[in-house]
Design a protein around this ligand. Structure first.
Ligand SMILES: [Zn+2]
Length: 117
């Protein structure tokens, strides 16, 4: 992991530490944010509450300011079906991370199985 990506992940952790669990209203801990997958320009993280053990969900966070670049990565490396699914959704950048809440609200908790390994 390069230094810049590491600091992006740290920024994501810090972001969620300012958010509260929807179930127990406890702020999330840094350890509750797990990096699932890393692509150029994108990080996929799973957020869960360490207080009540309930998962918040999975967030895709763009780690650079070029929205189109992140979108291209999704289209080239993920299946066509997934790409079409994501095409209808707005591209998410770190600045837009608030919208990620709505984004992963709409995804099932088993959504990560669609990710290529
Ligand atoms: Zn909780």
């Amino acid at each position: 992991m390069s230094q810049s990506q590491g600091s992006s992940f740290q920024a994501i952790q810090e972001y969620f530490q300012r958010q509260s669990c929807r179930y127990c209203y406890h702020p999330f801990a840094a350890d509750g944010v797990q990096l699932l997958r890393e692509e150029p320009g994108i990080m996929v993280v799973r957020v869960s509450c360490l207080e009540c053990q309930r998962p918040l969900g999975v967030a895709i966070v763009g780690t650079n300011s070029k929205k189109n670049q992140a979108k291209k990565t999704i289209q080239s490396e993920w299946t066509k079906k997934d790409a079409q699914k994501f095409e209808k959704m707005p591209a998410i950048t770190y600045d837009d991370v608030l919208e990620a809440h709505q984004f992963f609200d709409s995804l099932g908790s088993d959504w990560t199985r669609h990710l290529a390994r």
